[in-house]
Design a protein around this ligand. Structure first.
Ligand code: CUA
Length: 159
């Protein structure tokens, strides 16, 4: 079979790219262990309120970790626990969240916290609140008739 020179170059380039991409993805996933954030942390969605740390939603000071506080949220149709929370300015906070019923969102407007909360899974994100003010938390996954009423607030205050 005769193959044009350009065809050969193009095929070599195409296959070469594929090999490079698969190598990069493979090394990242299997050697460096990269995976979607906390995709493997599961919880029994029926026992959320009895399971730590979701039995005590809100802000908790922690010692000996890379972050200063843990901010625990439980989402359910159509509210968040806690409904409002104060965070000290400059604190490094690990936000930990899950849902008790259907898929909800947890978006903290004006920050890059944006989680999809799925029943049975725990979502985490660590961030530093370095600007004082009020941050609105909204649900950005349609979850039912009360979806638009679902919100919470973070107040970042100087302490
Ligand atoms: Cu919860 Cu939309």
């Amino acid at each position: 079979m005769h193959m044009h020179k350009f065809e050969k170059i193009w095929l070599t380039f195409g296959i070469g790219c594929l090999v490079v991409f698969l190598t990069v993805v493979g090394v990242s996933a299997f050697y460096l262990g990269n995976k979607p954030a906390s995709c493997l942390t599961t919880i029994d969605p029926e026992k959320v309120t009895q399971t730590k740390p979701f039995d005590k939603p809100g802000l908790h000071k922690v010692e000996g970790k890379e972050w200063d506080y843990e901010l625990v949220f439980v989402a359910s149709a159509f509210s968040y626990q806690p409904a409002q929370v104060e965070v000290p300015l400059g604190a490094k906070v690990k936000v930990i969240a899950t849902t008790t019923d259907v898929v909800h969102g947890l978006e903290v407007a004006g920050t890059n916290i944006n989680m999809m909360l799925e029943p049975g899974y725990i979502n985490e994100y660590t961030t530093t609140f370095d600007k004082a003010g009020e941050y609105l938390i909204v649900c950005n996954e349609y979850c039912g008739t009360g979806h638009h009423l679902m919100f919470s607030k973070i107040e970042v205050v100087e302490k």
